[in-house]
Design a protein around this ligand. Sequence first.
Ligand code: TRP
Length: 335
Amino acid sequence: MSETPLRKPRILSGIQPTGTFTLGNYVGAVRNWGALQQEYECLYMVADLHALTVRQEAAALRRQTREAAAMLLAAGIDPGRSILFVQSHVPAHAQLAWVLSCNTQFGELSRMTQFKDKSAKHADNVNAGLFTYPALMAADILVYNADLVPVGVDQKQHLELTRNVAQRFNNLYSPTFTVPEPYIGKTGAKIMSLQEPEKKMSKSDTNANSFILMTDDADTILRKCKRAVTDSEGVVRAADDKPGVTNLMSIYGVLTGKSFGAIEAEFAGQGYGAFKEAVAASIIDAFAPIQAEYARILADKAYLDGVLSQGAARAAGLAQRTLTKVYKKVGLLQL
Ligand code: TRP
């Protein structure tokens, strides 16, 4: 084998700063992002422009953007190894999004299920940004020529559209963009609502008992776990007709590394009480060091803003190269 170091595959992912991250965000995304840094060159983005597709209160959005970045750092993103930045700090995203939106069809965007869901949910604000959101997401990914994109099921359709737009552009103009692949994690556990375990855990749920926030204190976590909906069987085992218990087992399994079989054995003959306490303890143990680090980082605004401005500068350097190529290829005059 040659001694030349191969370029590590590049990963890009983003998360919207629309509220404190939940246990679901942690298990599904944030937790894995830190782990990917060894093997991949990673870019992680706080997607503040995407958040504007739904009405936001300006001061809250600003605060949540810093909080999101602080939480990502606390959860293990190392700014020495990865590029952590805020989407709006790199103008090339919005600039490329315009060109890509001119290469994306109305019909394609109309088929996006998230658009249909969100326009039903916010019927008073079905804005053009909500509709063209996938073109901006495509720009986020393609501007860095990312090889892999870790996404949950709800973003898969957007990634598929990104691939189509990239291929179309490459065919029409000449090879320009890397066509990205979805990154499917090892433990793709999707965490469900603690109150309605058929639904995904969501921070926008009106019932605060249905989700656990990464900032919840130990008492709150214990209380929410104790109130989690189960069933009347009283046996800790995973089954399709036991969504509540199965969800708690997924949480416990992901956080402790134990298999469903091992969990069933551990709690055999015990009721749900002891099991729920163990689930709560596993969450509290996972979050305690992150929460301490989060508080420390948030209190050090100079450090946090320094990380973000360095991240933006590094990201912008990479992004500008792609944007310049694209502008040239589509015929925009360069002086
Ligand atoms: N749309 C994603 C979400 O709401 C966030 C996001 C924006 C993203 N740009 C991205 C995710 C690029 C992956 C890649 O969850």
